[in-house]
Design a protein around this ligand. Sequence first.
Ligand SMILES: Nc1nc2c(c(=O)[nH]1)N[C@H]1C(S)=C(S)[C@@H](COP(=O)(O)OP(=O)(O)OC[C@H]3O[C@@H](n4cnc5c(=O)[nH]c(N)nc54)[C@H](O)[C@@H]3O)O[C@H]1N2
Ligand SMILES: Nc1nc2c(c(=O)[nH]1)N[C@H]1C(S)=C(S)[C@@H](COP(=O)(O)OP(=O)(O)OC[C@H]3O[C@@H](n4cnc5c(=O)[nH]c(N)nc54)[C@H](O)[C@@H]3O)O[C@H]1N2
Ligand code: SF4
Ligand SMILES: [Mo]
Length: 730
Amino acid sequence: MDKTIARQCTLCEAHCGILVTVRDSEVTRIEGNPDDVLSKGYICPKATAMGGLHHDPDRLRTPVRRVGDAFEPISWDAAFREIGQRLRAIRSAHGPSAIGMYLGNPAAHSSSVMYGALLRAALLTRNFFTASSIDQFPQEFAAWRMFGSNVLMPVTDIDRTDRLVVLGANPAVSNGSITTMPGAKLRIREVGKRGGTVVVIDPRRTETARLADEHVAVRPGGDVFLLLAMLHVLVSEALCDERAVRAQCAGWDEITALVATTTPDRMAPLAGVDAGTIRRLAREHAAAPSAVIYARIGVCQQVTGTLTHWLVNTINATTGNLDRAGGQMFATPVVDAARYAKYLPMGHGAWTDRSGTHKSFRTELPVAALAADINAPGPGQIKAMITYAGNPVLSTPQAGTLDAALASLEFYVAVDMYVTETTRHADIILPPISALEREELNLLFPIFSVRNNARYDARVFEPPADGLEDWQILARLVTEVVPLPARTLTGRALNAVFAQLSPLRLTAAAIAAGPYGVLRRGRKGLTLGKIRDTAGGVDLGPLRPRLPELIGTDDRKVQLAPTDFLAAVRTVLDDAATPTEPGYDLQLIGRRHLRSNNSWLHNIPAMVKGRDRCTVLMHPDDAAARGLAEGDPASVESAVGAIVVPVEIRDDIRVGVVAVPHGWGHREPGVGWTVAAALPGRNVNLLHDPARTDPLSGTSAVNNTWVRVRPSAGEDPASGRKPEVTATPR
Ligand SMILES: Nc1nc2c(c(=O)[nH]1)N[C@H]1C(S)=C(S)[C@@H](COP(=O)(O)OP(=O)(O)OC[C@H]3O[C@@H](n4cnc5c(=O)[nH]c(N)nc54)[C@H](O)[C@@H]3O)O[C@H]1N2
Ligand SMILES: Nc1nc2c(c(=O)[nH]1)N[C@H]1C(S)=C(S)[C@@H](COP(=O)(O)OP(=O)(O)OC[C@H]3O[C@@H](n4cnc5c(=O)[nH]c(N)nc54)[C@H](O)[C@@H]3O)O[C@H]1N2
Ligand code: SF4
Ligand SMILES: [Mo]
């Protein structure tokens, strides 16, 4: 008999509501849930991968232990015992920082991440890394300095704005991130339907740009100059309400002084956008009843990532669009984390990586330093690693050195359900149960949602009797690493305590105590149970102005002119010259596809059907100048690496720019993704120099790489293997 369960797709931030139909333990259908209060029935083609992942024969269902080059099943108890002994021995020999930890993106998609944070704390290591330093760190850094808390990254009020300016994001494909907006395409079309305007500023005429009224093909990395010039126009033409700005913000005088000389004429060649367009963009932003610049990873992954997000927030604020409908706003989620985050010790530069180059931020080091921190001998060297829900070998730039570094570790334990390019180096892999076997309520993404909401993830399948959730695995790891006297007894006691503190129980208590909860609102208030009993969650209304109650700065004003940002932007301006790099003539950026999700959906046949997507996208003029035709194998070469991938020619990319997607290159020996391992595609992060980072936040500047492209004889310079130009999915 068929059974249909409502929950969410947890693959990306959108967390679209889905209806999963099951017959005889098989997922037979996944559809959008029309009753979902946020996604209203929308899903993307990836949603069906939720079923594919659950049934994937390559997914690990028991812990495995390395024996020679192979993995063999091992019991949970034996696994934890061995992990505890090895990690404790390494820590007592070399100190706490000898154990490194990397936390990847899907960790944030499950409430188990609470225990990830606990494990990080228990390790007391300086060597903690996450995918945030190849993702949203610049946004967090800018929020921390401007609003007094890294959690106060403002949300784009897309559903009410009169003017949406998208800068370095492609929500038509990604469905939004740090502004969670399932069905982004529909929301973008709605802006036009209610008489508003959509502008996309992106070196490529993306899927989002095709929905827009205007596309501005900025030069990669040119945004900081474009925004400075827009600010110049706003100030010099007196387009801002100065009194209103001074009431909300500090630093107006410093900003006006800064932009006095950043005229559109001077900035235009640096931005790659003509001065007339820049003037018009500024005037139209100021004139619209409400307007918002939404910026995301295209501009995070830049050496100027933090500065760009600072200027985005500054333009939104000075045009009166901060903390008001149709501008940038802050949500009121059921657990109001943003309200309390300002009390957390944030700190920048409490310690550095071992080379002294990268400062810690948010108690972690930039992932660009990971391989070097494993490789360089001496005090603080990483001897053991724990990775949790991450694939840094494919997802981070390490110039190809991370692979060998992981292989050289004394001990490595991975919490993951696949043998990936990264986890293939583990001594022990601990797989959690599948997402469809989980029951939880995500507390993170409602902080960044376009409407206040609370939605429940119901179990589709009962977990197997011996299955563990991520949080249970992480709790056991905590027990193994904390220094305990009389280990067996106290360990058992600690395990018993953790068992009572499941994320779901903690969530229930936090909701009850939160802004909508029963403790504050009496019997009419929300409980976890009430949310669970809805068909598609609880809608808690549109975002409302609340910056004054949230802001964490000393004078309770938005800081428009943090001194370190002013100094950094002056350096950028002093050094500014029309960019070139001897020997290289093209700028490499990334791109996302609708059926990929970073590195880990390529083992699901329906997600990789059709032609090879890991191509180098280039403009017809650039291809012709290099004698390249559609499908030709081309060598893409940077100062640190080279890969061979087929050419894809499209006139929707700016001349002088090429784009290669990330998350490919699954052919390494021992990778357990049998479908993915047969696919062509190369790891684009081999081309990105780990030394190229945003100096403020340490974020890897993977949209800032100079390359050259030339016809390839067919030999892959990186591996010596013949590249394949056609996909051969199973
Ligand atoms: N289908 C799909 N959806 C996803 C993901 C996925 O892998 N696949 N990943 C999820 C994750 S983890 C995240 S963080 C989000 C990311 O969501 P988005 O930020 O929307 O990510 P991208 O689609 O990579 O969009 C970045 C855009 O920046 C542009 N760009 C590159 N360099 C520059 C530049 O210098 N200036 C400007 N102005 N633009 C530039 C690129 O051309 C690209 O269009 O997506 C999430 N959703
Ligand atoms: N060049 C370039 N590089 C990029 C980007 C780019 O635009 N360009 N984008 C960056 C971005 S935005 C991000 S977020 C990162 C992502 O970087 P990572 O998080 O390092 O990599 P993912 O590819 O997301 O790999 C996720 C891993 O988690 C495992 N996993 C999935 N679900 C679960 C779960 O529930 N529990 C556990 N324990 N494991 C699970 C998967 O099997 C997979 O091995 O990539 C970044 N890398
Ligand atoms: S956009 Fe697609 S992958 Fe992301 S949550 Fe929605 S259905 Fe899942
Ligand atoms: Mo991401």
